[in-house]
Design a protein around this ligand. Structure first.
Ligand SMILES: [Zn+2]
Length: 138
């Protein structure tokens, strides 16, 4: 039987409004990280508070990858999304064909939870991607 599982434990949490990416806020200096860290790299404080990260951000930069892990068809667009929390998140980009014409630096993007790839047994590995905001999901 085929299954679906998250690519990493702890990346997603339901804070009361559906699944969101889980960031960690440093209790001492207030910096925010994704994924959460055991120790703040800036001030070495521990005990980060788990917070929901915004679903929307700005496309900071993008490129096309021609290589990937097995089960992930190439080529595929990748990019960095700048979130209001002040962090830049690496992400696969989706629902943006033809990506080289649709994607524009500075455009608003929205997080979706989708299959990233299938493993050798055909199980779905689920993670986050970003798509242009405002488009009808298909
Ligand atoms: Zn800190």
């Amino acid at each position: 039987m085929k299954t679906r599982r998250f690519i990493e434990d702890g990346w997603f949490h339901d804070f009361g409004h559906g699944l969101a990416l889980t960031g960690g806020r440093c209790p001492a200096c207030g910096r925010i990280y994704f994924p959460t860290k055991q120790v703040c790299p800036a001030c070495f404080a521990t005990d980060q508070e788990k917070i929901p990260l915004s679903h929307k951000g700005i496309l900071h930069t993008f490129a096309c990858s021609h290589m990937g892990p097995s089960g992930l068809p190439t080529p595929y667009p990748i990019g960095f999304i700048e979130l209001p929390e002040g962090i830049k998140l690496f992400s696969l980009l989706t629902r943006c064909d033809p990506w080289d014409r649709v994607l524009k630096v500075g455009m608003e993007m929205e997080m979706v939870i989708e299959t990233i790839r299938t493993d050798e047994d055909g199980n779905e590995i689920v993670g986050y991607k970003f798509r242009p905001s405002g488009e009808i999901p298909s």
